[in-house]
Structure formats: structure tokens, C-alpha cells
Design a protein around this ligand. Structure first.
Ligand SMILES: [Zn+2]
Length: 391
């Protein structure tokens, strides 16, 4: 049994020589990717289909070539990627969409390779080295041990940095002692989240700072001529800011989810699928999150992605620790009075202020919403238990 699966991402510190070989590895795999794509196109034009395994067979005589230096495993990883691109393409065709045909990869667009199983690479935890065939033993920062049994590996280039992501299975559970506490959380823009206990967690400052830098880098990029070197550099800068925001947000989400899971047995949160559904139908859900983002000139989708990530971290940490998470329908949670239950849009008098038009209850709007989310979550759980008993 494979059990739980987790990834661990480690930063590599390659020597100058190893860096060159890593670049060369990507270069060769990118060529292979484009060659395999071309092969499929040619076959397709003749009404034939090349499968992943047909293409694997093409690797048989690569010994002694530049590509062969890195072994068949990583090359199979690349061919599998071509296969996945085609599978996605055909799936979308069947679904009646008009997808773009899989495209050739430009040099700067090809930034990762994969080893589909445990051959061709090795992570030596005691020596703190990542070995890849043809590249050598690269030093890495082992900031935490592997979470389980290594299954496959991905190598990524992000700007000047190199990372290895090791996918592990058989990750052991780490149950935490019960706390007897439950919480509802409201996700927002001004604050990342507000708990039903009334705690507000602000967005991390570095992310906001990076956001401003990103906007300026994007303005800088716009007028640059297509295909020019200056544009290439400007694109790199924009990508670097995006990376920074992403990393910042991930760090923050890891810390927050860890705190929530350590402190509470049950975490109730809004069901983002419903949030997104309602929002696309109405333009905005009853919480004005996206509008706020638009007003302050920030990109709302960045927040959406951040919420999704946070909740996915909460979910996997909860599963590992034996905690419960409950997704509730978020509609009306921001318009309903947490004290008397009266629901009316006018209750939400300003962005941050909730004042009940019936009983006069006044609270921070997000705090009020978080309490409603907790209640809805607990009701849902109670209902589920009753259903289980009667079934
Ligand atoms: Zn009320």
C-alpha cells in the first residue's frame, strides 16, 4: 500500500561545473521534448498514433550521445510529459473544446525535468547530496528530512536557483493530542483570515511589498519590443517577482495552517468551490473580497490562489494529524447576525463593520462571518453523525 503522499522541496547548491551540466541537461531534454512532439505530429499527419511506449523505444540507441549521458530514466520522464500534453489535448478535443495543439518549448520555457521512478537519481540524506546521473553529486540544503519513502523526483530551475522536489509515499501519520477547541475561519483580503475567536491575521508585509515591485516591473515590460533582449530581461524580472510572491505566500500559508492544526480539533472554512461558482455567476460573492482587491489595484486572482493553497495545506496537515476540516456553503455567512440569526444585506453596513438591523448586534464583519462559518460547520458535522447512525 502506497499510503499518504507528500513532497519535499530542497534548494541545491551546484558548483560552477555542475551548474553547466544542469543547464545542459535541461537543454538536451528540451530538444528531446521538441523532437518527440515533432515525431507525434508527423505520425498524426499520416493518420498514425505514437504512444509513450513507442517513443520510449526510440531511446534504445541513445548510448554514447549527449542525451545518453543523463540516462534513459530522465528521458522517459520527458517523453511522459509529451504524452501528458497530448492526453490533455485529446481530452479537451473530446470535451468539445478547441484546445491549442501541444507546442514546441522555447529554451527559457523549459525549466524542469523529472525522473518517473527511483532510478537515475538519489538523495543521500547523511551526505546532504542529490545525485543525478550525468550531473554528479550536488550539495543541497536539507532543511528537513524526507517525509517518507522516495518515489520520484523533479528538478526545477527558477531564475538562478535550482530545486529538487522529491515525492514520497508511505508518509507516517503524526496524530496530535486533542485540544477540545473548534474554530471557524473567514478568508479575506484585508486580513488573510479571521477566526471565530476574533483573531485577525494580516497579510504578510513582504508579499505586499513584492506586489508593488511586480506592478512596476510589469509597467516596465509593456513598452519593450517583442523579441528584444531588453524584453527578455524584463520578463525575467517579472517572473522573479511572481516567484517571490509565490514563495512568500506559501511560507505564510504553511505557518498559518500549522498553527490552526496545532490549536484546534475542528476547522470549519468556506467551500471555495461554491465561492467561485457564486462569484462567476454574480460577479461577486456576498462578501466583497474581489471588489476590495480591484479597488486597491491588486490582483484578486492572487488572493483566490492564496486561499486555495492555504486550505489545501490545512487539509493535508489535518489528515496527517487526525484533525477534522469542514467546508461549508459561504453564502449569507457575511450577512447573517451571529447573535440572533437575522439575515439581511443591510446588516453589513461597511466593509469591516457588521450591525444587525434587528437586534443591533455590532461586530467586526469578518469575525461575525467566522462565527457563522463555525456554526454551519458544526451543524453539518452533527447532521453527518446522525445520518451515519441511522444508516
Ligand atoms: Zn441580530
Amino acid at each position: 500500500m502506497a499510503g499518504r503522499v507528500r513532497c519535499a522541496k530542497y534548494l541545491l547548491s551546484p558548483t560552477a561545473g555542475q551548474r553547466q551540466r544542469l543547464d545542459h541537461l535541461l537543454w538536451m531534454q528540451r530538444n528531446l521534448y521538441n523532437m518527440a512532439l515533432n515525431h507525434r505530429r508527423a505520425m498524426w499527419e499520416h493518420g498514425q498514433h505514437a504512444s509513450r511506449y513507442d517513443q520510449f523505444a526510440l531511446l534504445n540507441n541513445m548510448a554514447g550521445t549527449d542525451l545518453g549521458r543523463y540516462g534513459t530514466c530522465v528521458a522517459r520522464g520527458t517523453l511522459t510529459r509529451v504524452d501528458l500534453a497530448f492526453k490533455a489535448f485529446f481530452r479537451r478535443c473530446r470535451a468539445g473544446e478547441a484546445p491549442g495543439y501541444p507546442r514546441f518549448k522555447a529554451r527559457w520555457r523549459f525549466n524542469s525535468v523529472s525522473w518517473p521512478d527511483t532510478s537515475g537519481w538519489r538523495l543521500d540524506a547523511s551526505a546532504k547530496r542529490f545525485y543525478a546521473m550525468g550531473v554528479g553529486h550536488v550539495k543541497l540544503r536539507l532543511h528537513r528530512p524526507l517525509p517518507g519513502r522516495p518515489k520520484c523526483a523533479h528538478l526545477r530551475r527558477e531564475g538562478r536557483r535550482w530545486w529538487v522536489v522529491v515525492v514520497c509515499d508511505q508518509v507516517p501519520a503524526k496524530p496530535l493530542p486533542e485540544t477540545g477547541r473548534v474554530v471557524g475561519i473567514d478568508l479575506g483580503v484585508a486580513s488573510t483570515l479571521t477566526t471565530s475567536d476574533g483573531t485577525h491575521v494580516a497579510n504578510p508585509r513582504p508579499a505586499r511589498k513584492a506586489q508593488e515591485c511586480l506592478a512596476s516591473a510589469q509597467r516596465d515590460l509593456a513598452p519593450k519590443a517583442k523579441g528584444s533582449k531588453a524584453r527578455r530581461r524584463a520578463v525575467e524580472r517579472v517572473a522573479a517577482h511572481h516567484r517571490k510572491i509565490r514563495n512568500c505566500r506559501a511560507d505564510h500559508a504553511h505557518q498559518l495552517s500549522r498553527q490552526l492544526i496545532n490549536h484546534y480539533d475542528v476547522v470549519a472554512h468556506e467551500d471555495l468551490r461554491i465561492t467561485n461558482m457564486v462569484r462567476s455567476a454574480k460577479g461577486s460573492v456576498d462578501k466583497p473580497g474581489t471588489n476590495v482587491a480591484a479597488k486597491s489595484g491588486l490582483n484578486g486572482s492572487i488572493y483566490d490562489a492564496g486561499w486555495g493553497q492555504l486550505l489545501s495545506f490545512v487539509a493535508y496537515k489535518a489528515e496527517e494529524a487526525g484533525r477534522t476540516t469542514i467546508a461549508v456553503d459561504p453564502r449569507h455567512t457575511s450577512q447573517t447576525c451571529a447573535r440572533c440569526g437575522h439575515t439581511e444585506a443591510g446588516n453589513r453596513c461597511r466593509q469591516a463593520v457588521f450591525r444587525c438591523l434587528r437586534c443591533g448586534h455590532q461586530a467586526h464583519a469578518d469575525h461575525n462571518a467566522a462565527i457563522n462559518i463555525l456554526r454551519a460547520g458544526l451543524a453539518q458535522r452533527a447532521l453527518r453523525e446522525v445520518q451515519k447512525k441511522t444508516a
